[in-house]
Design a protein around this ligand. Structure first.
Ligand code: SAH
Length: 408
């Protein structure tokens, strides 16, 4: 048994925050505890922000002892908080096995938006994304997703509250759907964190078989990482496209009955210089997404050391968004936040997630073989069978070739 395994097995009690209130009631009932005690626990955790069972004074001490024998409370600790000049805060959080993830809190005029992670690393290897370059370690538990929100909430000034939540941090949410779903149930529960479902957005690179199930969890919004208007280019940027190409992606979204004018898709389009920023791309997009109620979010590439791509010059960004407007699309240009602390989109890749010299905690890649959390789910296994190397894409798009076919 390695150190990493020992750590994992040392903490195999589930967290109370791994379970929605409904599930917790059932677990309590199975143990002969009154179901309403689960409601009291939820109130303590999510309304009163309790971090210890000892604070739950309306629970009998004997019951607190029995709960403590089976369940953890806290799943993450804040290792570091970085502050950007624009007010953005990036939290580096450490899990029981030493795995590190990031969450980003973005203050705006009347909003506080939090961007949460769903996996340690990511298996999708998108060629422009810093997290993709990390590799995949494991899925986060529901409690670890919820705890990102609780930690962030403590940093928001009293009386202001978290208004928006985006699942756009590290990882692919739809490859961790059971835990993401349970976290959403806790987050929207009026007796839980009571977030408005319509202010929650889950972003996917396009794991098509899971979209319907995600949308059924709660009336949250779906974002889809598009980034290209041809399979040729998207195969290189988002290798998952080889498995679920554009035509299938669009057909799935077009035929999904839970989507529509009141629940549009947010397409994210990271604009990269000379790769996907041509007028032809802008003109192809309205045709590509025709028949899908949508908004397009254009994000100039945030450069980082793990990708060769650059943002286009501002004039090209303007030309591109103007052409989308002319094509009849609803377009927003996403302002860059927290870039100075590597907290902007696609920059989440704490170097600490890879093993650190002298770190015996079993962090990072070592966690891959540790415990049940590291076992790939079937879809992941399935995806792992696909060859993801962007160099395999046979990109004949000259700009993509020039940028992506570098040596790693
Ligand atoms: N795996 C999910 C969730 C991550 S969301 C998904 O792909 O949607 C992260 C968002 O930031 C995605 O839209 C992603 O494409 C975008 N992104 C990644 N790297 C980026 C970069 N370097 N600059 C700008 N946006 C980036």
């Amino acid at each position: 048994m390695t150190d990493a395994d020992a750590k994992t097995h040392a903490r195999r009690r589930p967290s109370l925050k791994d379970h929605s209130r409904g599930a917790l009631r059932a677990l309590f009932a199975e143990r002969g505890w009154s179901a309403y005690r689960a409601d009291q626990v939820a109130t303590w955790l999510y309304k009163q922000d309790a971090t210890e069972l000892g604070q739950m004074t309306n629970l009998p001490a004997s019951l607190r002892g029995e709960i403590a024998a089976e369940f953890e409370l806290e799943t993450l600790e804040v290792e570091k908080a970085q502050h950007s000049v624009d007010g953005t805060q990036k939290l580096l959080l450490r899990a029981f096995d030493g795995a590190r993830i990031e969450a980003v809190l973005i203050p705006e005029e009347r909003r506080h938006t939090l961007c949460v992670s769903t996996q340690v690393g990511c298996p999708l290897t998108c060629s422009f994304c810093a997290t993709g370059a990390l590799g995949f370690t494991r899925n986060l538990s529901a409690g670890e997703i919820v705890d990102q929100v609780l930690h962030a909430r403590r940093r928001i000034p009293a009386g202001e509250g978290l208004t928006n939540l985006v699942f756009m941090g590290m990882g692919e949410p739809l490859l961790n759907l059971p835990n993401v779903s349970e976290a959403i149930r806790i987050l929207v529960d009026p007796k839980g964190l009571a977030l408005a479902p319509r202010r929650i957005t889950v972003s996917t690179a396009g794991v098509l078989p899971q979209i319907g199930a995600l949308l059924a969890v709660a009336p949250i919004h779906l974002a889809v990482s598009l980034h290209a208007t041809t399979d040729e280019v998207r195969d290189v940027l988002v290798p998952l496209n080889k498995r679920f190409p554009l035509a299938e992606l669009m057909a799935t979204l077009r035929n999904e009955p839970q989507l529509g004018r009141r629940r549009p898709v947010f397409f994210e389009y990271t604009l990269m210089d000379g790769v996907n920023d041509s007028l032809e791309d802008a003109r192809r997009m309205p045709r590509l997404i025709a028949g899908i109620a949508a908004k397009v979010n254009v994000i100039p590439m945030n450069p980082h050391a793990d990708a060769p791509y650059r943002p286009p010059p501002p004039a090209v960004v303007d030309r591109f968004t103007a052409a989308l407007h002319e094509g009849g699309l609803r377009v927003t240009l996403r302002r860059d936040r927290g870039r100075d602390i590597d907290a902007a989109c696609g920059q989440l890749a704490n170097r600490a997630a890879a093993p650190v010299p002298g770190d015996t905690s079993g962090a990072g890649r070592a966690g891959r073989s540790a415990g049940a959390g590291a076992r790939p789910e079937s879809l992941q296994e399935d995806l792992a069978g696909i060859r993801w190397d962007p160099r395999e894409a046979g990109a004949s798009h000259p700009a993509v070739e020039a940028h992506a076919l570098r040596d790693r």
